[in-house]
Design a protein around this ligand. Structure first.
Ligand code: RRO
Length: 324
């Protein structure tokens, strides 16, 4: 019997838990030649702002041990072009579109939420909180529980009632649980974690920083243990809140690790740069990992690593017998 991979996000049911990670596959066209974008649970877009942006100067990428650093700087076409061109394309391909939004003020986030609520076909809004808040000394919203809550509240108030709002958290904070709680109290239907980890690379030949933007976001397998820790901590504090986990997922086994920590959905990001069909592969591998463990329903293993007593109950009788 196939594994029941369905996953819930607010009012929405997804057929399976695998998604793209925001920023790693644009608005989908780049991936479509390598995979069917309707096969995965949802396609998460690069963060869209109100206006178009060309991003930071190059170089914007650096390879690092088991990962990469990026400082793209929110290059994106703006909400008008997104709604006219990118969203219709995703919908024409049968994709469930989770639209990531980014802004410099609370009012801009609210306006983006209103624009997306007026457009038909959006599956959910992911609120990228890792943007500088021009009204608060340029401190990223994600660094402050109050600022994160203000944005979440504004987006939730403007978003259609049936459109789930997911707040995307940064690991670069002292207490991620405090930020998660602030977002949920402000109305977030789910949380996604983790955004990249702020890092820097210096070129020892030029003796200067490698990235034109100086600092950048570290992603890839190097950050997976940080993602697992963040997901674990937030799941422990807020067990009923759906978590989209991401951070260095390359295989179905990696996805299962995030699920056992507490994620009910998993995004694949940096891996797409060398394996553009990775989402569909990870989906098959995850199903296989669950099958060999005798798991029939994905929901049974979400956060299971935190409940030692429940592990045997989630497994089929034959697998249970083999473990004892
Ligand atoms: O565009 C970027 O440079 C970027 C963004 Br908005 C983000 O949220 N995370 C990241 O690693 N890069």
């Amino acid at each position: 019997m196939p594994v029941d991979l369905r996953s819930r996000l607010g009012h929405v049911e997804l057929p399976n838990p695998i998604m793209t990670a925001s920023g790693c596959a644009g608005a989908g066209r780049e991936l479509a030649q390598f995979m069917d974008v309707s096969r995965i649970g949802a396609f998460v877009t690069k963060s869209v702002m109100l206006g178009p942006r060309s991003g930071r100067p190059t170089p914007r990428m650096a390879e690092t041990p088991s990962g990469m650093l990026n400082s793209v700087g929110l290059q994106a076409p703006g909400i008008d072009a997104f709604l006219q061109r990118d969203l219709p394309w995703l919908l024409s391909r049968g994709a469930r579109a989770v639209v990531s939004i980014a802004a410099s003020t609370v009012a801009e986030y609210a306006e983006l939420a209103a624009r997306l609520s007026d457009a038909a076909g959006v599956t959910a809004i992911e609120v990228n909180l890792s943007c500088p808040n021009v009204e608060h000394r340029g401190l990223v919203f994600a660094a402050s529980p109050d600022d994160s809550a203000s944005v979440t509240d504004a987006v939730r108030s403007q978003a259609r009632y049936d459109l789930p709002v997911v707040a995307k958290l940064s690991p670069d904070v002292t207490d991620i649980v405090a930020i998660a709680k602030a977002c949920v109290s402000a109305g977030a239907d789910g949380l996604s974690m983790i955004n990249t980890v702020l890092g820097m690379v210096i070129d020892t030949d030029t003796m200067r920083p490698h990235l034109a933007g100086l600092t950048g976001g570290l992603s890839g397998p190097a950050i997976r243990p940080i993602a697992v820790r963040c997901i674990w901590q937030v799941r422990e504090a807020l067990p009923g809140v759906p978590i989209i986990g991401m951070g260095g997922v390359r295989t179905g086994q990696d996805a299962l690790e995030l699920i056992l920590a507490g994620a009910s959905m998993v995004s694949v990001g940096t891996t797409l740069f060398h394996d553009p069909s990775a989402c569909v592969r990870v989906l098959h591998e995850l199903e296989e990992e669950l099958t060999v463990r005798g798991v029939e329903t994905l929901a049974d293993v979400v956060g299971l690593a935190q409940q030692p007593g429940a592990i045997t109950r989630a497994l089929s009788p034959n697998v249970r017998a083999r473990r004892t």
